[in-house]
Ligand binder design. Structure first.
Ligand SMILES: *Cc1c(COP(=O)(O)O)cnc(C)c1O
Length: 412
């Protein structure tokens, strides 16, 4: 990863003796990846970015011209999108929306509201009436299953999201009786970090089948089936990623079959709102090794960061990929701590036994002053971490557009 090591080396040259920690976002990679997603989706499918995975304005801006729009889960997120673009299409979802959020989301001209309960449906209608507008909504469905054979049973367990599948008929009738909402379809987002492309496509097929069943039974124009996000990153086995090509191929077949005889204009648009899959690969979390020590026969490397910067491996309890960027400069007049061909546990500065970024990682060589880099850190990295913990320093943020230019942006 030449580009990443360039960023680290050039910063270290300019800041001798200062320990490094940063998120580095490669916007060139992001745009290439997103453009490929969009180009390979079959006709009749649209791609949104779920910004809670990473709501850095530079990321939103980079995706403006590629994505069909943005999915947001709070008013704050809707405002973040609006700060970057007055026009971008926004889909607003999430359980427990307040009246203030619903009102201001409508004022910010969101394209669709995901309604998560019948009580919320009544509130949306009531607020839209006050604003004298009609709110386009999707009903969020909490599927009971059974799902098609082979798919994960991700919805069989009750959760706080959406409306129980059994109550959808009642919710449709209620929506049809509300003068200030227009029912445009259904929203299904049932899982995160799914790795099986065939199952994922079959699941989307199931969503379409359910939505069309309700459409034919209750007779309304079905404009959208939102299939949510959930496409995964195989962090522990990067060599066998989610098979996107198979997914879009199977999806194309499903859409073709389901559309069948009906005119294309009568078939709903299938929306995707991918967070993790969109931004994971463009981000790197990097932290310098401050200390290396041996305790009771185990080796620990303490880095200038930790789970308060990068909670992801702690949250998912997975083995996150990492690599070492060797740094040759050493500012002290004594030799560097150094280990060879040993397993090392990478820990952070949180003063907590849980602050472990990686356990027993085999290391050919690691020295104090080298920088450890965690790739695939662009999604749910900084955004889910407890930055305020113990008043520890925040990392820097670097955003690169091209291989060479890399601008430091203000840390937040
Ligand atoms: C978080 C979320 C997403 C994005 O999920 P990923 O697993 O990151 O793709 C999409 N839709 C909704 C409603 C969400 O809450």
């Amino acid at each position: 990863m030449k580009r990443i090591s360039n960023v680290i080396h050039s910063w270290k040259r300019d800041h001798p003796g200062e320990p490094f920690s940063a998120y580095i976002y490669d916007l060139g990679e992001l745009k290439r990846h997103a453009a490929r997603i969009v180009a390979t989706l079959p006709a009749g499918a649209a791609y949104y970015y779920a910004i809670k995975a990473n709501s850095d304005p530079k990321i939103i801006e980079a995706l403006l011209s590629v994505a069909a729009g943005f999915e947001v889960a709070s008013l704050g997120e809707a405002e973040k999108v609006r700060e970057v673009s007055r026009e971008a299409s926004i889909i607003f979802g999430g359980p427990g929306k307040t009246d203030d959020e619903i009102e201001n989301a409508l004022r910010l001209r969101v394209s669709l509201l995901h309604v998560e309960s019948t009580a919320e449906l009544l509130r949306v209608n009531w607020i839209a009436e006050r604003l004298d507008l009609k709110a386009d909504i999707l009903l969020r469905v909490n599927l009971r299953g059974p799902l098609p054979a082979g798919t994960l049973q991700m919805c069989g367990v009750p959760s706080q999201f959406g409306i129980d599948e059994a109550d959808i008929p009642q919710a449709i009738e209620l929506a049809q009786s509300c003068s200030y909402v227009a029912l445009k379809g259904f929203h299904f987002h049932s899982l995160s970090n799914h790795l099986d492309a065939h199952q994922h496509a079959a699941m989307v097929g199931h969503y379409i089948e359910r939505a069309r069943h309700w459409q034919s039974r209750y007779g309304f124009d079905l404009h959208y089936v939102n299939a949510g996000g959930g496409v995964g990153i195989n962090y522990e086995h990067l060599e066998s990623p989610f098979d996107w090509e198979s997914f879009v191929q199977k999806l194309g077949q499903i859409i073709g079959q389901e559309a069948g005889e009906s005119a294309p204009s009568l078939f709903p648009e299938i929306l995707f709102e991918c967070g993790r899959y969109t931004v994971a690969s463009c981000g790197y979390y990097a932290a310098e090794v401050l200390d290396i020590k041996r305790i009771g026969g185990s080796h620990f490397a303490v880095v200038n960061g930790g789970l308060h910067h990068f909670l992801l491996p702690g949250a998912w309890k997975h083995r996150h990929p990492l690599f070492v960027v060797p740094v040759e400069s050493w500012p002290y007049p004594w030799p560097r701590m150094e280990i060879h061909d040993l397993p090392v546990t990478i820990v952070g500065r949180m003063n907590s036994t849980r602050d472990i970024l990686a356990r027993n990682e085999p290391m050919t060589r690691l020295r104090a002053g080298d920088v450890l880099v965690f790739p695939y850190a662009g999604a749910y990295g900084w955004s889910i971490s407890a930055h305020g913990f113990s008043s520890l320093e925040h990392p820097q943020f670097f955003v690169s557009k091209l291989a060479k230019s890399c601008n430091r942006v203000q840390s937040k």
